[in-house]
Design a protein. Structure first.
Length: 140
C-alpha cells in the first residue's frame, strides 16, 4: 500500500523540523500520541521534537488539493493542546498559506500561554529551507 498524502506531509514536517534543528542530541518523531494533563485524553501530534530537555509539538496541514489557506480554527486547536500538554512550544507547518487572522492569533496566543509558536507555510519555502541546509552541510 502506498504512502498517503496526509502521512507524507506529516513525515515531511518531521524531516524539516530535524533539518531546522542543527543541534546534536535532537530527537524528532512523527505521528505521536501524548496524554493531556487536565483531561487525561490522548492528543495526536504530527511532529514531536525533544532537544536538550525541551519538548515541542507540531501540526502539519496540506490543503493544496482544496486550494485553500489554513484558518484560525486549526491554530486554535493547537494552542489548546499547548496549554494542556507538557511541551515548551509549538510549530505549525502548512503546504499552503495562512489566512491573515492566523498570523495575528499566533502572535497573541504566544503571549497568552507564554509558549513560542513557530509558523511556516508554503512548500516552496520549506523546500528552500531544505536546499539551504543541504548546501551548508556540503560546504562544511
Amino acid at each position: 500500500m502506498g504512502l498517503s498524502l496526509k502521512r507524507a506531509g506529516k513525515m515531511l514536517s518531521a524531516a524539516v523540523t530535524k533539518l531546522l534543528s542543527k543541534k546534536t542530541g535532537t530527537n524528532v518523531y512523527h505521528d505521536q500520541s501524548i496524554r493531556r494533563k487536565i483531561s487525561q485524553t490522548l492528543y495526536q501530534i504530527d511532529v514531536f521534537l525533544e532537544e536538550q530537555g525541551h519538548k515541542k509539538m507540531g501540526e502539519a496541514k496540506d490543503y493544496t488539493i482544496k486550494n485553500a489557506k489554513v484558518g484560525r480554527g486549526n491554530l486554535q486547536k493547537m494552542v489548546g493542546a499547548l496549554i494542556e500538554l507538557d511541551v515548551n512550544g509549538g510549530m505549525f507547518f502548512s503546504a499552503t498559506e495562512y489566512t491573515a487572522p492566523v498570523k495575528r492569533y499566533a502572535q497573541a496566543a504566544q503571549s497568552m500561554i507564554n509558549k513560542p509558536i513557530f509558523t511556516e507555510s508554503g512548500l516552496n519555502k520549506l523546500n528552500a529551507i531544505h536546499a539551504e541546509m543541504v548546501q551548508e552541510e556540503e560546504s562544511s
